[in-house]
Design a protein around this ligand. Structure first.
Ligand code: ATP
Length: 324
């Protein structure tokens, strides 16, 4: 790890050109050290323009996550969370899962300015980049066992929708079991990993990735239609405000879920489901496709679909929903 890389990237966050000489002077290092640090940024997948005679610049201005800014925005709720912000991490979920069996406090939130090996379900990849997305994970300890957490990803979806609507992103909708869409393009994903006994106390690591501004080279690596907040919001959304708004809603929804499961959340979930009463294809783990019309969800998060053979139940985990 080159310790100069992120300080330089933060200097370049204004999106303007900075000469190698000015950067070197600012950090009291040689121009070669600046070059090395920015080479390291490129190895991490960060695009840095370098123009002879003008210096270095990022493709766009961007806002970094800063612990104090998030805590200020959280106000009194700041005490609820143990916040860790990393400049670079491979995967916030992997990091927290390693600490889930004791080391990390309840309500630890780990966020990263750059996540380079984000994961989705079943070994899939979550694509992210510096300034491209907000990526974070929240560790939550439940008294109840893992068996009762099957609806958790739907509850988290409700929290995300509430937060996005609060920030004026009214178009945000849900896709069973765990995606956020805008105009049927994927804006955000949720990955929940659980540790603990089926009926004893359990720990969930709730990973969330929300696209802020996806550059084309990242979009091309995603094998389904994807979108970002920059495409739908007139004002740029500050990731610090996005994170704090999400944490506020997550705290409310997780408390509700701990007490009543999805009981008081399922109507709200259904109201925002992009495919409610719509024709869908269910992609099964064995490669089969089942067609039908979505009827709703049960209180453990199971999806109900009316098919030609009658009403069928789909339990999340291995199944993907697609529109027709
Ligand atoms: P589905 O239910 O649609 O099959 P999923 O919920 O299983 O998807 P996840 O595991 O949540 O998918 O996320 C991984 C998938 O999301 C990847 O396979 C890719 O298609 C898509 N993806 C990866 N990165 C992004 C991103 N930044 N924005 C939108 N979609 C992404």
């Amino acid at each position: 790890m080159n310790t100069l890389t992120f300080p330089i990237l933060k200097l370049l966050a204004d999106g303007k050109f900075h000469s190698g000489e000015a950067i070197a002077h600012h950090f009291n290092v040689s121009r070669a050290s600046v070059w090395n640090a920015l080479q390291h940024a490129e190895q991490l997948g960060v695009e840095v323009f370098s123009v002879r005679g003008r210096g270095y610049k990022l493709p766009h201005a961007l806002t970094f996550l800063e612990e104090q800014t998030v805590l200020n925005a959280l106000k009194a709720l700041g005490h609820t969370f143990k916040l860790e912000i990393h400049d670079h991490i491979e995967s916030t979920n992997t990091y927290l899962m390693r600490k889930a069996n004791g080391e990390s406090n309840h309500a630890t939130c780990v966020a990263a300015n750059l996540q380079t090996q984000g994961r989705g379900r079943r070994g899939r990849t979550w694509q992210a980049g510096l300034g491209a997305s907000l990526t974070f994970s929240l560790l939550w300890r439940f008294q109840c066992g893992a068996a009762t957490l099957s609806g958790l990803s739907l509850a988290i979806g409700v929290a995300l929708i509430r937060a996005l609507h609060t920030l004026g992103i009214q178009q945000a909708q849900l896709k069973w079991p765990n995606d956020i869409l805008i105009n049927r393009e994927k804006l955000a994903g949720i990955l929940i990993e659980v540790q603990g006994d089926m009926d004893g106390p359990s720990t969930a690591v709730i990973g969330i990735g929300i696209n802020l501004r996806l550059p084309d080279y990242i979009k091309k690596q995603i094998e389904q239609p994807a979108t970002d907040l920059a495409s739908v919001s007139a004002q740029p959304i500050d990731p610090n405000i996005l994170l704090s708004t999400l944490l506020v809603q997550l705290a409310i929804v997780l408390k509700e879920f701990e007490q009543n499961g999805l009981m008081n959340l399922s109507d709200e979930w259904t109201k925002h489901h992009a495919y409610h009463l719509q024709q869908v294809r269910m992609l099964m783990p064995d490669g089969r496709e089942i067609h039908g019309i979505v009827q709703g969800i049960t209180e453990d998060g199971t999806l109900l679909v009316e098919t030609e053979t009658g009403l069928q139940k789909f339990i999340s985990g291995e199944i993907s929903l697609r529109g027709t």
